[in-house]
Ligand binder design. Structure first.
Ligand code: ATP
Length: 362
């Protein structure tokens, strides 16, 4: 078994480097303590600040570093005041998704008993589901190429059989892994609007064909509007939800809201050969440089990276460190003593990250 893994690191913009630094410290410490694997990190310069300094937002050398790595860790990127001449924002993370075919946007939503949430959860109820957002087509397919005249505007939604098949295969595999590890009950819900749009009836028919291959898992459907309602009314019933790009974009922010905010929302963009791990939030220029950013979404994204590397390379040492790191962040969050300002606390970025480092079991 190969035990050395190369991680490409995009430090990001705004609060990006502030939350990446303590995350790398934690990963280095875990990797040094565990004989089952070792991580090496290579910086891949890119982003808005890099563009402002050099005129290049995403150098080819950085794309090559990402392509050659075993995993890609990416912090928040983009700055509202730094744009291309046509006014669009700099977002190498979107270029990466397209270039590397990262079709599955994975957004876990987890709220442990005791953790602050805007919902009044019944006693001991826990929220633990994963939203998978298709990330390369759907309503985002026509991004930047929509047709607008004085009288009307058109955008095209694209659903392809090829990407949908890969997406649903991934969703059922994830549900199987969660069931095997005791985290989920083995249920995949296709979230669509098949009662109104033919494209979603097509999406659903491909889902049903994949579901037939997994008789030991439960497969069902939900309309996107009802899903938004149920995410608030009975979120503990979900396990794995899989949906189109725009629906997933909206529902994942609702999921972050259930967790108490963007500062706790990690994500992964996964394809057949590559994966990027990054927090859901942006570069938060309003608080950049103050040392008050919440590092937990970044650290949780790093934990997802370890778990994914572990599963992909059949390396249990990586999987168990990923799980330990995730559980430690969840414990520190539920405990409530080292929370940053966005979660109602007074801890600074370094203090919140140190609380995680100190609480990690030896
Ligand atoms: P983008 O469009 O790039 O995703 P956005 O417009 O959604 O960005 P964010 O940069 O995510 O905006 O910030 C939204 C709000 O959440 C801001 O007030 C920001 O300060 C806050 N915020 C985001 N991430 C964090 C964090 N890690 N810690 C503390 N506050 C955060």
């Amino acid at each position: 078994m190969n035990k050395g893994y190369e991680v490409a690191v995009f430090h990001g913009d705004g609060i990006g480097p502030e939350i990446m630094a303590p995350t790398l410290e934690i990963l280095r410490s875990l990797s040094e303590r565990n004989a089952g694997y070792s991580l090496t990190f290579t910086d891949a310069p890119a982003g808005a600040a890099h563009y402002a300094a050099t005129g290049e937002s995403f150098p080819t050398t950085s794309l090559d570093i990402a392509r050659g790595a075993d995993a890609i860790l990416l912090s928040a990127m983009g700055l509202p005041d730094v744009r291309y001449p046509d006014g669009t924002e700099i977002s190498p993370q979107i270029d990466l998704r397209k270039q590397l075919g990262l079709f599955a946007g994975v957004r876990p939503v987890k709220v442990r008993p005791g953790q602050a949430t805007p919902l009044a959860l019944p006693d001991e109820r826990e929220i633990d589901f994963v939203l998978i957002r298709e990330s390369t087509e759907g309503l985002f397919y026509s991004q930047g190429t929509g047709e607008v005249s004085e009288y009307e505007a058109r955008e095209t939604l694209l659903i392809t059989r090829d990407v949908s098949e890969k997406l649903f295969r991934f969703a059922f595999q994830l549900a199987q892994n969660r069931k095997t590890s005791g985290r989920g009950h083995g249920r995949v819900t296709c979230v669509d609007k098949a009662n109104v749009f033919r494209a979603f009836a097509f999406f659903r028919s491909i889902f049903d064909a994949e579901a037939a291959q997994h008789p030991h898992l439960t497969a069902d459907h939900a309309y996107v509007d009802a899903t938004a309602l149920w995410m608030v009314q009975k979120p503990w019933e979900f396990d794995v939800l899989v949906t189109e790009n725009m629906f997933g974009d909206i529902l994942s922010d609702l999921g972050a809201g259930l967790m108490g905010g963007l500062g706790l929302a990690p994500s992964a963009d996964i394809g057949l050969d590559h994966a990027v791990f990054q927090p859901c939030h942006g570069s938060a220029p309003d608080i950049a440089g103050q040392g008050t950013a919440n590092p937990f979404a970044m650290i949780l994204s790093a934990a997802m990276m370890l778990e994914w590397l572990g599963v992909t390379h059949d390396n249990p040492a990586l999987s168990s460190d990923g799980e330990r790191l995730r559980e430690t962040v969840e414990t520190v969050t539920a405990d409530g003593h080292n929370l940053t300002r966005d979660l109602g606390g007074t801890a600074r970025t370094q203090e919140a990250a140190k609380a995680v480092m100190d609480a990690l079991p030896a």
